[in-house]
Write a protein that binds this ligand. Sequence first.
Ligand code: IVH
Length: 681
Amino acid sequence: MSKQKIQELSDKLNKWNHEYYVLSNPSVSDYDFDMALEELQKLEEQFPELADANSPTKRVGGDVTKKFETVAHKYPMLSLSNSYSREDIEEFGKRIEKSIGGDITFVCELKYDGVAIILTYENGELTKAVTRGDGAQGEEVTANVKTIRTVPLKLHGSFPDFFEIRGEIVFPLDAFNKLNEEREAAGEALFANPRNTASGTIKMQDSKVVASRGLDCYLYQVYADKLIANGHFESIKDAETWGFKVPQSKDKYIATAKSVDEVMAFIDYWDKERQNLPFEIDGIVIKVNNYHIQNELGFTAKSPRWAIAYKFKAERVCTTLESIDYQVGRTGAITPVANLEAVQLGGTTVKRASLHNSDQIEKLDIRIKDQVYVEKGGEIIPKIIGVNLDLRPKDSTPVNYPTQCPVCKTPLIRKEGEAQHYCPNDKGCAPQLKGKIEHFIGRKMMNIDGLGAETVDQLFEAGLITNIADLYDLTIEKVLPLDRMAEKSANKLIDGLSASKQVSFAKVLFGLGIRYVGETVAKKLAKHFKSLENIQNATLEELINVDEIGERIAESLVEFFADDYNLSIIERLKNAGLQLELSEDENQAVGIALEGKTIVVSGVFEMPRNDIKNLIEQNGGKSGSSISSKTDYLICGENMGPAKLKKAEDLGIKMISEKEFLALIGGEEGIKKEEGQGSLF
Ligand code: IVH
């Protein structure tokens, strides 16, 4: 019966999800997981009346929230009072001892730098997820929170019928950096920091986008009318048995402390170690463990008396702002960059700091020769956070933000709603032209051997290239007269260009540098439309109809192809012999024997290793470079590294020989006869 099948699949998927994301200990392969999820999705589509509001299919998103409802909090969401020194913590401890007397046990935990969230569970089901808002009421973002894999949708064990659990939604640094890399490659403005991005993400209308971002959630407080535990530490442990991801003692994310010394030891440990955490924290929270004592201590108007936050000092130095450069990016975006008198900060010498945009300069009222405070936050580039006005030179004047491009002198424009100024001269402004060529030759695009930013600069200055199509008109004779260009390097460059004509269509498309078309979007478009011509001929509606292609991307594509200059470049690339459509191999994967499987190849084989990789992809699999719990198979050759072997053994990954692999893809059947580029992208 379908109802029973849906239930079975849901239970199984909930269990697997918990094993994978909360316990980091999966018992099934990604493939089995995906297959079960797909089966459940199909059944739910077929029998929508049987679909559960907390079905595991909610993890992938799909629900769109047009307007977030305002919801009043059952228990107000207070803030914590802050402390900055050992003395502050001593005072906090003494105050509590004085009013309670006797020994107090504290719980120390991380102060996650993210977005506060209140989750409500009724009869073991997540019913509501609400943001902090103003402390009394927040916005309901349930559909988005359901996509966070570490948030359980259904609980197990013995939990209170009704309770709230509070925590912090964080943007893990890996996911954040990856997102920014993708944005940079697509010519989009970068996100400033993980916290703000987490906050923006959780309020996005499309839960599918939220699902793709990889948010995480750490839980730090259980609220119920009738609690079953005596203290905070215990109730966090209880929550773990119900299926929540809670801080672990073994990771030192949480610890009990009996004295100020023990609290300080925890603080000192994390002050140094926080740079190795996979997410950002901005301090430590110290709480009285026992609930009765918490109740006795009660609250002030703003915060509980039984808890305090210790804030880490962000490393900050003061230095002189010497000048401001205005950099022009590949898309024409202008970024002001501060040139500073060199200063030591966090173990490195800092000479430059980002100023983001004109609003930022205006907001901070930064002027040349000011003494500015520079801080290193989670971001890689240090930032200016303020000015020491007492030391401002008397004759200083506000910064005159340029109205013309610093390079080509074209008047700058600023689109409504955008913080950045742009130079619109995309066909004549040198840094834009060079930037576009540099993008095109990048590792993930055409990956041209023998060509780097410096050579692009040289070729550009020599008047040999002004656009990507000019690259393919280069000859040995033309490049040889250049400085530092010996015969060997000239040959390498021309060979590299020639080899790039085999680079797959998706990479060429990415390389074109169309705004908002990053690596992933380029792959999607290539797969869907199969050729550049088809993309060019597609209407706005047809483009939007492609899964995960939004209006913004579609409009950017239409605009790009409406430009005659762009079309002439494409024509020249086509004549040069670049891949502007999917190759036959890409078009028809030979088999599906490895669909959804991730396979790592290691060691020496009879067949060239690249051929094995191509076979994996031709048969619908993904070839991975390092072993993780997501790996389905390890194909072992001779002389395989012992570390890899051990890791695979520890993770219980299936190991197969070259022969077994060939058998798996159906022997000869799985091998495509003709020679070719092989891999799909
Ligand atoms: S307990 C009564 N524990 O910090 C407030 N809060 O300044 C109890 N936060 O909005 C809060 N990590 O979002 C607590 N381990 C932690 C925390 C934490 C981060 C945030 C929380 C709150 C803010 C308070």
